[in-house]
Write a protein that binds this ligand. Structure first.
Ligand code: V55
Ligand code: FE
Length: 498
């Protein structure tokens, strides 16, 4: 549909379709920007010295097949450099092989999300990785990650793409998770890859990235079936995977159907692996309910004379998640919202039994903790959420209704606290930054991008992490919109060497 009746678009004019993921606040931005000294309301704490990096999916071209899902946009990284109360914005596309090829062809040549059978012939031999999901800082290097491809290293100062990486040949898989876990005690990162044998593969590899930043240990196991494994959990002594009925089937993929489908006749399974013994000691539990883990807060152990209890703190939904993927037994099914849950396993119990309880009685997602407390018991939990007490839901977007609030749960005090961003404002994933390396747990700031939907503009909002309801300490105003994103990380200037 053209909005000006005088104009008839000549095929193949470049035009994004009139569907949700290409319109309104979700529309492709496609601008690579540098804004020096952003407007600041309030005061950016001078201790906040470093850069916030985050990733988003910002499509460069209209989809090859007329429609697409929001997970498939091209990786566009946003960085906000914070220094002495000043803030500078930079946005750059990740120069993936896909991006470079489509820039040459001047149109989309890759088809549906992860489905090579829907690609145009020009795409043959080129990887479809969009590098659009998260940012990973490890051993002095910055990577853009996507679970269906290998890491892309970026220059943290310029956001220039330095290239696809396999950690000096130590990564054998063509895939690598967007959710590696840093071990604050050892400095290692624990990561994994799934679909390691290609489309619809049920193979998973677990990696330990050591002090050199390369993979020092690889372990391999087979999942009960091929499922989307978007996140995982790591405690001091265990690694846990939740295998859920978001399934990939080779025959369906070959027929050009969506890469994932929800099949609630399959069981949700939890695989628990002792970190020292590794996969030969893997133990599988069957979940009593059909559930899908969305994202994880943390995993931790509690030891007593009775033995060890392993707690998995994560957001869980009772349906398929990411509504673009079909429910094959119930096409009309509505996606259920995720809630924060604690799944507790008595490791001495030889049965399948484990305890499920709701940790946070609010719909939520995008969980974070103070990362210094990863793998042990954490007290403070932050997440994106809704709280109808503060205002109505915002109009639905391609990812569902956007958050209107950030939440903070202080488990020790059993208190919930909220930041409400205002009507027409949508906070995104929070990012916790401690006041300094020795500050007590939770003492620091919570950073979030906030979509100012009526103004079609974005702000970076900085909150006191333990007092969200006091409102922003600073609002860093962008003169433009940056695309809605997924995951980010803050890297202190000292670590960046700046
Ligand atoms: C997710 C995001 C992805 C993806 C698979 O947030 C799962 C969940 C942004 O890409 O490819
Ligand atoms: Fe994620």
């Amino acid at each position: 549909m053209t909005t000006n009746p005088e104009v008839t678009l000549a095929e193949p004019g470049l035009k994004f379709p009139e569907i949700l993921i290409y319109r309104g606040y979700s529309a492709p931005v496609r601008i690579e920007a540098d804004v020096h000294d952003l407007e600041v309301i309030g005061r950016i704490p001078p201790e906040l010295n470093g850069a916030y990096f985050r990733n988003s999916a910002d499509p460069t071209y209209p989809p090859l097949h007329g429609t697409d899902i929001f997970l498939n946009g091209d990786g566009m990284v946003h960085s906000v450099r914070l220094e002495n109360g000043h803030a500078d914005l930079k946005t750059r596309y990740v120069r993936t092989a896909k991006f470079e090829l489509e820039r040459k062809t001047r149109r989309a040549v890759f088809g549906a999300y992860r489905n090579p059978f829907t690609d145009a012939p020009e795409a043959a031999g080129t990887d479809s990785n969009t590098a659009n999901t998260s940012m990973f800082w490890h051993h002095g290097k910055l990577y853009a990650l996507k679970e269906s491809g290998r890491p892309y290293e970026l220059d943290p100062r310029t956001l220039e793409t330095l290239g696809e990486r396999d950690f000096n040949g130590t990564l054998k898989s063509q895939t690598f998770t967007a959710h590696p876990k840093l071990d604050p005690e050892t400095g290692e990162a624990i990561a994994f890859a799934y679909n390691t044998a290609g489309v619809a593969s049920d193979e998973i590899e677990i990696y330990t990235l050591d002090a050199t930043g390369d993979i020092a240990r690889t372990e391999k196991f087979k999942a009960p079936y091929c499922s989307m494994v978007h996140d995982f959990l790591v405690s001091r002594n265990h690694i846990a995977f939740v295998i859920c009925p978001m399934v990939c089937d080779w025959e369906r993929v070959k027929r050009g159907e969506p890469y994932w489908h929800w099949d609630a006749t399959k069981k949700t399974m939890i695989g628990i692996i002792p970190r020292d013994e590794g996969v030969r000691a893997i133990r599988w539990y069957t979940c009593p309910v059909v559930a899908m883990e969305t994202h994880t807060f943390n995993a931790w152990e509690e030891s007593s004379a009775q033995g060890t209890r392993l707690h998995l703190d994560h957001f869980v939904t009772g349906s398929g998640w990411l509504s673009q993927f079909p429910d094959i037994h119930n096409p009309e099914a509505k996606e259920k919202p995720p809630f924060g849950e604690r799944w507790s396993f008595d490791l001495a119990d030889p049965t399948d039994h484990f305890e499920i309880r709701r940790l946070i009685n609010h719909i939520g997602e995008m969980p974070v903790i103070d990362s210094r407390y990863a793998m042990k018991r954490a007290r403070h939990f932050w997440f994106g959420t809704f709280n109808p007490a503060f205002g109505p839901m915002l109009p639905i977007g391609p990812k569902g209704p956007p958050f209107t609030c950030l939440g903070h749960f202080d488990e020790a005090a059993d208190k919930l606290n909220f930041y409400y961003a205002g009507p027409d404002s949508a906070p995104e994933e929070p990012c916790f930054v401690p006041k300094n390396a020795d500050a007590p747990e939770g003492e620091g700031w919570l950073l979030t991008m906030v979509g100012r939907r009526a103004e079609n503009r974005t702000d970076l909002v900085i909150l006191d992490a333990l007092h969200l309801d006091r409102g922003p300490v600073a609002i860093v105003k962008f003169p433009c919109r940056v695309h809605e994103g997924f995951h980010g990380t803050f890297v202190p200037a000292g670590a960046l060497g700046w």
